[in-house]
Design a protein around this ligand. Structure first.
Ligand code: NAD
Length: 249
């Protein structure tokens, strides 16, 4: 059985949806969870939820669009906790959906900055400390949009393709340093984020999905926990589809 006792696990965007479910799942396996989010109220609520269930958690405000905040907060976490064993780079936004000819550069930059540059900057800092401690495991939350095209969602799609590229490159660079880096590619998952998705698109997805439904956050969280555990010890640079088989349609 997966045992993450004495592991320090950092989760970004942990105030809601997949990040919150992953934080809870990691704590159930014994990890101390460093809950981070740009939203202080929701992040604090995740930490409180874990603590009231008997788990260990602490909240730090972290906006992944701010590279100097990332550097400062991750250093502070390492200094306080003494290690960063596991990291889940999950924070992300759907961004504005529009045709490429209509998408403005500000919206493009905002989506790329949070979803891709944010993951890059977090990885840079996490890996720095993982190299120091001689081990580490990272999971980046990409998307089915990291594999397939998304009409009207070019910025989101490009950002998630980028996350998979980063994941594969990091796996090659750091595998020999006992640092494994993997990604998950969820299909539509019932969270705040999909409330922005037009109903027609969700209905179509459910219709063509082999399992005829959307997923839930716990289903993604449990796969992330496995990728962070010893049970996946030879899995490195992979991207796991968590989509009910939609990626094969
Ligand atoms: N829900 C889906 O269908 C789905 C599918 C594939 C991938 N994903 C990915 O899963 C991840 C989590 O999304 P979710 O569905 O749980 O959405 P969500 O909106 O429920 O949660 C996102 C969390 O990220 C935080 N966040 C946003 N911008 C941030 C920033 N700049 N810095 C720090 N925190 C920030 C939010 O405050 C929120 O707590 C995202 O990367 C998303 O792209 C979601």
């Amino acid at each position: 059985m997966t045992d993450l006792k004495n592991k320090i696990a950092l989760v970004t965007g942990a105030g809601s949806g997949i990040g919150r479910a992953t934080s809870v799942a990691l704590s159930v396996k014994g990890a101390k969870v460093i809950v981070t989010d740009r939203n202080e109220d929701s992040g604090n609520n995740t930490a409180k939820k874990i603590i009231s269930n008997g788990g260990k958690a602490v909240f730090h405000k972290l906006d992944v669009s701010n590279s100097s905040e990332i550097e400062t907060v991750i250093k502070k976490i390492f200094d306080i906790e003494g290690s960063i064993d596991l990291a889940v780079n999950n924070a992300g936004i759907g961004g504005n959906f529009d045709g490429i000819h209509k998408l403005n550069l500000k919206d493009w930059n905002n989506t790329i900055n949070i979803n891709l540059t944010g993951v890059f900057c977090c990885m840079q800092n996490e890996i720095k400390y993982m190299l120091k401690q001689g081990a580490g495991r990272i999971v980046n939350v990409a998307s089915m949009a990291g594999i397939k095209g998304v009409g009207g969602g070019s910025a989101y799609c490009a950002s998630k393709h980028g996350v998979l590229g980063l994941t594969k490159s990091a796996a090659i660079e750091y595998g020999s340093h006992n640092i494994r880096v993997n990604a998950v590619c969820p299909g539509f998952i019932e969270t705040e984020m999909i409330k922005q998705v037009p109903k027609k698109i969700l209905e179509f997805n459910t219709l063509v999905n082999p399992m005829k439904r959307v997923g839930n956050s716990k289903e993604v969280a449990d796969s992330i926990v496995w990728l962070l555990s010893e049970e996946s010890s030879f899995v490195n640079g992979s991207s796991m589809n968590i989509d009910g088989g939609y990626g094969n349609v």
